[in-house]
Design a protein around this ligand. Structure first.
Ligand code: Y12
Ligand code: CO
Length: 174
């Protein structure tokens, strides 16, 4: 399955993703293709809507203490629900759908995640650190939101100017 990353300002990123009801081979093929795309583009998290599938699914594969992304650490998260969001933490976030832009974003520090795996089985776990940050970032995608939507008015204006310039430069190189 060939997947392309949808990038800002494509309006497809604004759509709210739909709940997944069927856990079949087609879903497994999408999950496998999303993992490959995430790894091949140096990502650590990817939501299905970023590859033009507006369904409630995301994959996260955080690097270990040696900065290695091991496939055994991959988590496939379907129909996630976040609760008990507590505390506060700030991290410089990036997103495959907003290339070349990174910004400090404040998020909750800890949370509880309920989700289904690729077989439809329910799980609950506690998250903190980078995992909690990545989950909140990816959950925002399912609601049609991007991390740049959290910027202050003045920072967003600056971003729009810089991003437009980057797109123009990319276009002129083609
Ligand atoms: C903490 C903060 C944010 C997340 C969400 C997941 N974000 C990513 O996986 C970002 C990946 C990314 C990769 C890039 O590299 C390439 O595209 C080759 C990148 O660089 C450029 O755009 C030039 C930017 C972002 C999880 C945890
Ligand atoms: Co993102």
């Amino acid at each position: 399955m060939k997947l392309e990353i949808v990038t800002y300002p494509d309006i497809r990123l604004k759509r709210k993703s739909e709940k997944i009801e069927v856990f079949d081979e087609k879903l497994h093929r999408l999950l496998d293709a999303m993992y490959e795309k995430m790894i091949n583009t140096n990502g650590i998290g990817l939501a299905a809507i970023q590859v033009a599938h507006p369904i409630r699914l995301l994959v996260i594969n955080l690097p270990d203490e040696n900065d290695v992304q091991k496939k055994e650490d991959l988590i496939e998260v379907i129909n996630p629900v976040l609760s008990n969001l507590e505390g506060s933490t700030t991290y410089q976030e990036g997103c495959l759908s907003v290339p070349s832009f990174y910004e400090d974003i404040e998020r909750s520090a800890t949370l509880t995640l309920q989700y289904q795996d690729r077989t439809g089985q329910e799980h609950t776990l506690q998250a903190d650190g980078l995992f909690a940050i990545a989950l909140q970032h990816e959950m925002d995608h399912l609601e049609g939101k991007l991390f740049i939507d959290k910027l202050s008015y003045s920072r967003r204006k600056k971003f729009e100017k810089e991003y437009k310039k980057m797109l123009k430069e990319q276009k002129s190189k083609k």
